[in-house]
Design a protein around this ligand. Sequence first.
Ligand code: BES
Ligand code: ZN
Length: 592
Amino acid sequence: MDVHSFSKPDEAKVKHYDLDLTVDFDKKIISGKAACTIETGKGAKHLILDTRDLKIDKVTIGKDEKPAEFKLEKPVQFLGSALIIDIEEGTTLVTVYYSTSPTAAAVQWLNPEQTAGKKHPFLFTQSQAILARTWVPCQDSPGLRITYSATVHVPVGLLALMSATNPTELSKDGVYHFEMTNPIPSYLLALSVGDIVFKPISNRTGVYAEPATIDKSVYEFADLENMVDAAEKLYGPYAWGRYDLLVLPPSFPFGGMENPRLTFATPTILAGDRSLTSLVAHELAHSWSGNLVTNATWDDFWMNEGFTVYFERRIMEALYGKPFADMQAVLGYQDLEDNVNELGKESRDTDLKLQLKDRDPDDGMTSIAYEKGYFLLRLIEENVGREKMDNFLKTYFKSHSFQTITTEAFLEYFDKELIKGNTALANKIRINDWVYHPGIPTNCPKIISERFNEVEAQSDAFIKGTSAIKLNTKDYQTNEWMHFLSKLPTTMDRAKMNDLDHTFHFTDSGNSEILALWLERVINSNYEPAYPALENFLVHVGRRKFLKPLYADLLKTPQGIKMAKDIYAKARPNYHSVATNTIDEMIAKATK
Ligand code: BES
Ligand code: ZN
């Protein structure tokens, strides 16, 4: 039972979509038809599809396209409108003719000025969690799987890509054909259109990007094949054929999205030194945790993200060593602590198992699923040993391939396969405390990074008065700089800010993670010399993870609120709906 979908799969279930879509950049509309191959249950009378802001023109049944009766229910907040189509037991084909709204929440339409090349428009979709229904009428629940094929018509000269088999070159007529033959949940439906080129990295991996960013991308992701290789060695064969990346314009609201065969990624990981590629390991890991074995509902979101962060750090460890992976784990712990403090130690939103009924599932998508989930898996590993852990996970992915998993089914599986009646082991892990109780359990693993201990010695020294030039920051990579910055107070006097900036040039950093941490200190310290850099960042980057803390810091003071509003007026047209929803709400709260 999924509280975020109107569909009734027991009555009639979609197994395959055949889409025929036309992308109109002038009208900002995607229109066409979705032919649904369905399976019906006993006495079936209706096929129910989720839609939101879709215009339904007509619905037909069967190959001979007999008109069908249908009704579109009143829209419900977050969920949209149920499309109820009259069918019979035994109906196998239902075709919906429809068009999207120009404000469809999944879709971002970029004009040429919002792209790197400035010459052509661009489009991308973001379907997770429940936005697929704003561009495809579908049974929009992660517990249901479909295969799909699609024909997509775009302006001649632009490339179209989907979470499916993809072209590597322009078609002459602007028509592209796609196939996804592995069953996937609807939140993995994805489309992007633009002036996009392809370069291979290995036989089965490569990068798509705008011409202006393709070479930088190829350099940045040189280890792509090694990542896939490491992932397969850990948890079994990669099930999806090719693994490519699409580097999007900077308005992409997430770091990455694990669309099958084609991860969508923010360009803010193009640091120039390959130091932010753990994000790619993360999206790749979803090819197992998430795309092969999928959270049954959004209340089980940690089954996707917690497992993926664990897998991501194992890939990073395999490629770059344990000290590297442990630095990332310590940064993750910091993130977890901050998130728990923000939500409140007693908040049920800090349970791993969420309760998102009557809420936007986006509200549950906090660091808890990621980092509390990670630390639970790490705790299990520390108690059973790595060999058992890896066998357990490998078997888990294999035995649940192309299936969904609820938290409860996992707990049962965990009991049966790992605990096996060993109460001493169960008492060490106390998995229910993690899953059904708030906060950070007392048995959470403490991770020690020697490298970070040295970094803390430097940040302490700076706080106590040592000048920046005297600090030993030799050989610092991105992780160390991030830890160094996060250990500095968010408010510092002008002399200290000047000293840091003149010595380390943070304001000019081309590394988005370092810059974002610095800009938090810029805001809290009223460090005016960096205001232009702050504005530039907020206007051009639409990645919500960066926007949230920066706007939150600005909104703490009256003059900050004014600045936030001025900047947001310029920036808002550049953001995807996922980001504007969050920032609109933050600004409304701060100014009411
Ligand atoms: N699947 C998520 C992104 C997502 C989550 C979209 C929930 C919509 C709703 C993706 O795999 C992800 O976790 N991205 C992270 C990066 C990661 C390295 C933690 C992000 O975008 O920050
Ligand atoms: Zn993820």
